[in-house]
Design a protein. Structure first.
Lengths: 542, 311
């Protein structure tokens, strides 16, 4: 079926130049390590399609080497073993420590050669053969096919592999020779090639992991990415140094980078202003606005896959009524709240999946803002005066307060219950809540994990614990996974998004970019929607 | 002889207290809703993974069994594993204790010195302008929110003036001092008032005590009376307060350390509670309890050493 259809709009860069077949085979960009200039040229396509990155790339002669970049982040690093966590702080770091078979281009979507210099699927796309390049781990030992097989087996099979779902389609993986690995899939799987880039599919050295054991390796690993671990003081700082054996020749530019854990927002902001951090993660929007006007700060606002939604517990006696959920969608001024909370830095969400994942439907339309009709619907459903309990981790959360007000205006009684993060998850997972304003993100550009997480009722997470379950969506989710024709796949995902909005199982709120702020001496640093830095390409003024 | 017996007796009394605290903390921490494993491996991880990791930490056992296992290990010197960071608890706490002890020691010394000077100045001229000023400072300091004060100091002296660092602990003793000046000042502003209020009141009260009247009637000058009789007498009854202030400083380290990103046990305590990192919560609670009791013991011993009437 491949080739019979047009290329989907989600790959504009690829569509312009390559056929789908060429992309899958990875032949165009395959070969030896590209020279530095080619790498930099590859980074410069960012303004196509409105990528919106604030850091233009630099001609190679102007780049300054050296320096240690400091990041202040609220997210904890909990492990240095790539398979052990799918928490934000770990995803961000693990992707930097370990190279995967493939990597993503500057747009976060294009699939480029990584530790594999080329790959070739069989005609039925059930067998994939990857050819490895000459590369070494941070201890100097070569990256071999055995290491790849070992890394994928533990990713797929180990019971504490935190996010191995995407790799269960791998039926078999064998090393044909020291530089060739062959995957056999259980069935057609559209996300497979992309999953070889996923943050947890990093290649680890078999011999080292086996001799150290998982527990020790997770504290002081040998890496395959741009960075080697110098020191990790849990809950304080992770100190990384340039991996001199990194396969991308001439990279990284920095001598190292440090991840400093700082939970409090004001402290991260102070550190950034005092120059004790070069980059601050998750700066509050009010401060972002302030930093936009300052010459010594860069506010890149790189697009993320973060989507804010209002979860509705579909098992709640009131919220089980589709009409009430529809009315709630219509009662909320989503544009107004988005503008107010993010100071105009986010766009109102029109779908229930992130706008940066593949096959997101820009044409999807939720029920319009219409408080009058919302009120009428609520009355007709006999729900006037019904009580809905909003769960929040922050009693001052602006979005929750605004939503509460607007729902009151159409006749619902809204109470707010504050708990801490641990309590929040406990209540949500067990369905002990009415509604909640919250957010999530997708770790990969492929929509399969996004749909399984947020919209599928039978995929393990009960539609982000809203307990919304439409068998039609469940069926379409499986169909879309196995559909390898992009156009057909796109249709399936658009259908899923349409049904989800119609059922109003939850309410889309907004898509926001990363609120990271850099000092002006930081150059060419980007974070892609899968929470991955291009730290190997970043540099700083001396 | 007497002192040794007292110390041994007090140390022995700590055992049942620590045991009771360990039981209460263990069951309370696990009674809070929330699963540390879900937070650590990430909410997106499937339930099967969460269950597998829970089993690795023995969290699938009933809580009372977990407690016995924990205590059994504790007596062999094993404080358990941090769930959030997958490293041994003892090492994690050990590496964090130094910055907090620096914070406590400096905060206590500075608070004491400032309180001493201000109380004396105020008590020598009760109800005069100086005294009013000191009392105002004490009242404002007591009511000052620590997180706000820390933020203001950090914004002014670290961000705007750039005189001092806004975060961290530094690498050498001199560097530690530089990093701790703002946290110490923050501590001082809220802690010195506790000492001032008591010391000032004691000084004024003792200035009118019978033995002072006797001395005045003997014709002794006010200066020597104050220095040789009123002051030592008042200080003695305030020594036990030092132990309490030291414990308070330990308590507010939970607030002060995160403000200045000091990698001490206060910050770790806060994070471990948020993360439901049970064995770190347990270990830190025991450390905090032990430090608290040692501080009060130290204050009592000091009283014993300098006050001939006690013993």
């Amino acid at each position: 079926m491949a080739g019979s259809s047009s290329v989907p709009p989600v790959h504009p860069l690829i569509a312009a130049r390559l056929t789908r077949r060429q992309v899958l085979r990875g032949i165009v960009i395959a070969g030896s390590v590209p020279p530095l200039s080619a790498i930099l040229a590859a980074c410069s396509g960012e303004d196509e399609g409105g990528g919106g990155s604030g850091t233009p790339s630099t001609p190679p002669e102007e780049i300054v080497r050296g320096g240690v970049l400091k990041i202040a982040t609220p997210y904890a690093v909990s492990t240095l073993d790539p398979i052990k966590s799918v928490a934000a702080g770990d995803i961000e770091v693990l992707g930097q420590l370990y190279s995967r078979l493939t990597r993503r281009g500057p747009d976060g979507k294009e699939i480029l050669p990584g530790l594999a210099e080329s790959w070739e699927p069989s005609a039925d796309e059930l067998t994939w053969t990857f050819t490895l390049r000459e590369a070494a781990f941070s201890d100097g030992s070569p990256v071999t096919a055995d290491d790849v097989v070992f890394s994928y087996l533990r990713l797929r099979d180990q019971e504490d592999s935190a996010y191995g779902g995407a790799f269960q389609v791998i039926e078999d993986i064998v090393a044909l020779d020291p530089k060739t690995v062959q995957f056999t899939l259980t069935g057609p799987a559209a996300p497979f090639l992309g999953s070889t880039e996923q943050f947890n599919a990093g290649i680890v050295p078999k011999a080292v992991v086996e001799s150290m054991g998982d527990e020790e390796f997770a504290k002081m690993p040998v890496t395959s990415g741009a960075w080697a671990v110098q020191e990790w003081r849990p809950n304080e700082i992770l100190i990384l140094t340039a991996n001199t054996n990194y396969w991308r020749e001439g990279l990284p530019f920095l001598d190292g980078y440090e991840v400093i854990e700082v939970l409090r927002d004001p402290t991260r902001v102070s550190m950034l202003e005092a120059g004790e951090a070069d980059v601050a993660r998750d700066v509050p929007w009010a401060q972002v606005e302030q930093f936009k006007t300052r010459e010594d700060m860069i506010v890149p606002l790189d697009p993320s896959s973060v989507i804010y939604v209002v979860l509705l517990n579909n098992q709640d006696p009131v919220l089980s009524s589709p009409d009430v959920r529809k009315a709630m969608t219509m009662a909320i001024d989503r544009d107004g709240i988005t503008q107010a909370v993010t100071f105009g830095n986010a766009v109102t969400a029109n779908s229930l999946i992130p706008n940066t994942v593949d096959y997101y439907d820009p044409e999807a339309t939720p029920y319009p803002y219409d408080p009058e009709q919302a009120k009428a619907l609520i009355e007709a459903a006999g729900a006037t005066g019904a009580q809905i309990e909003f769960l929040t981790t922050d009693i001052d959360d602006q979005a929750t307060i605004l939503v509460q007000d607007q729902l009151k205006a159409v006749g619902l009684e809204v109470t707010v219950n504050q708990v801490d993060v641990g309590g929040w998850w406990d209540s949500v997972v067990n369905g002990n809540y009415g509604a909640a304003v919250t957010w999530w993100y997708n770790e990969v550009p492929d929509p399969d994990p996004a749909v399984r997480w947020a919209l599928c009722g039978t995929c393990g997470n009960s539609s982000f614990y809203t307990f919304y379950d439409n068998p039609e969506i469940d069926r379409l989710t499986e169909d879309a996974l196995h559909e390898t024709d992009p156009a057909a796949r796109e249709e399936l995902y658009h259908e899923i998004q349409r049904i989800a909005l119609e059922d109003a199982g939850q309410i889309p709120m907004w898509y926001q970019p990363y609120s990271n702020v850099y000092r002006s001496w930081v150059h060419d640093l980007r974070m892609n929607p899968a929470i991955q830095w291009n730290m190997d390409e970043a540099w700083m003024d001396p | 002889m007497k002192k040794t017996r007292l110390v041994l007796q007090r140390l022995w009394q700590m055992v049942p207290v620590l045991l009771a605290i360990s039981i209460i903390t263990f069951f309370l921490a696990q009674a809070i809703p929330g699963d540390p494993v879900r937070l650590i491996v990430g909410p997106r991880a499937p339930q099967s993974v969460i269950d597998a990791v829970r089993a690795q930490y023995g969290l699938d056992e009933p809580v009372y069994i977990q407690y016995f296992v924990y205590m059994g290990n504790l007596f062999q010197g094993d404080w358990g594993q941090s769930i959030a960071f997958r490293v041994p608890v003892l090492g994690l706490i050990g590496s964090r204790l130094i910055p907090t002890l620096w914070l406590m020691a400096g905060g206590l010394v500075l608070s004491t010195l400032v309180a001493l000077v201000l109380s004396i100045v105020a008590a020598r001229r009760p109800d005069r302008l100086v005294d009013q000023g000191v009392r105002l400072f004490a009242t404002v300091g007591l009511g000052m929110p620590v997180f706000w004060l820390g933020l203001v100091l950090s914004t002014v002296f670290a961000v705007q003036l750039g005189w001092l660092p806004a975060s961290g602990f530094g690498d050498s003793p001199i560097d530690h001092v530089r990093h701790l000046i703002l946290p110490w000042v923050t501590t001082l502003v809220v802690m010195a008032p506790i000492l001032i209020r008591n010391l000032r009141a004691t000084l004024i009260e003792r200035s009118d005590a019978d033995f002072v009247l006797t001395e005045r009637s003997k014709g002794l000058a006010e200066g020597p009376i104050f220095r040789q009789h009123v002051l030592p007498n008042s200080l003695l009854s305030n020594i036990s307060l030092l132990g309490i202030v030291a414990v308070y400083i330990l308590g507010i380290s939970v607030v002060v350390e995160p403000i200045f990103a000091i990698p001490g046990v206060g910050q770790l305590y806060l994070n471990s509670i948020i993360a439901r990192d049970y064995f770190v919560i347990q270990g830190l609670t025991l450390v905090f309890a032990l430090l608290t009791m040692l501080c009060t013991l130290a204050a009592d011993l000091l009283t014993l050493a300098v006050d001939p009437r006690v013993g």
